[in-house]
Write a protein that binds this ligand. Structure first.
Ligand code: SF4
Length: 251
């Protein structure tokens, strides 16, 4: 029976570490580094993805929708928000499922293993992924949890390989799209500070759609345009802040 081991290669440090783990665990010719481009990743995340794939001597397999997050919102006539991240479903999950179907069409008996870089701090995402994998008929593994490594250890592994993580980590917990609609107040205040052009674009989107992206801490709605003045209701800290050394992102 043939097998493919699909690593979700998202541009984050844990997914990069998972790629290295997969290459140590499975035959190289079975491993696929699968990337979905939302067209709104941080520019330095694209650099990280290219450099990491080169350091691992692996090609990047890309399956993307072709639209950006903003184009998708306009096509759907709806602004993604903390309660509805359909951008993630359409631009990432559905692209991954399509790739699985592609492999199955070529070889119906193929064993497919998905490697996902979630940590033990993300139980909800883990359980959702287990359900999705079950529905797709694939096996899923979470090496960061299996090997009990920390996000800092995965970061150190990237640095030891000579690949600097995305400068997105200078101010955000995840290497997501810049202006990710899943973010909370603290995240958006950081976006306003580090990427004011993206913040302004998201403010304009809220105006265009007449809909909020975030809710406040007490579930009252907050417009992004008012957020910087309102500030935070309480001090928040990143759950998994990592140290990537001297920050030279300049943003
Ligand atoms: S990272 Fe955020 S904005 Fe980007 S696709 Fe995922 S949920 Fe949407």
């Amino acid at each position: 029976m043939t097998r493919k081991v699909i690593v979700g290669f998202s541009g984050g440090v844990t997914s990069a570490w998972c790629a290295g783990w997969a290459l140590r665990t499975y035959p190289r010719d079975e491993v696929v580094l699968l990337f979905h481009d939302t067209q709104e990743e941080h520019p330095d995340t694209y650099r990280f993805i290219r450099e990491m794939a080169a350091a691992l001597d692996m090609p990047i397999t890309e399956r993307s929708d072709g639209r950006s997050v903003t184009e998708l919102f306009r096509d759907e006539g709806y602004l993604g928000n903390g309660q509805n991240t359909f951008c993630s479903r359409i631009l990432k999950a559905e692209q991954g499922a399509k790739y699985v179907r592609e492999l199955r069409a070529a070889d119906p008996d193929m064993e497919i293993v998905k490697i996902i870089g979630y940590s033990a701090n993300e139980p909800l995402r883990v359980s959702k992924m287990v359900g999705r994998a079950h529905a797709e008929g694939v096996r899923v593994r979470f090496p960061v949890i299996e090997e009990n490594v920390t996000k800092q250890q995965t970061t150190d592994w990237c640095l030891e390989l000579g690949v600097r993580p995305s400068s997105m980590y200078c101010w955000a917990e995840h290497a997501n799209c810049v202006g990710c609609v899943k973010g909370g107040r603290a995240y958006w205040i950081a976006v306003a500070k580090h990427h004011p052009e993206v913040f302004a674009q998201r403010v304009a989107l809220e105006e265009e759609f007449g809909h909020h992206i975030i809710r406040g801490g007490d579930r009252e709605r907050v417009w992004l345009k008012d957020l910087v003045q309102l500030g935070l209701k309480r001090k928040v800290s990143q759950r998994e802040k990592i140290d990537i050394g001297a920050c030279d992102c300049g943003d």
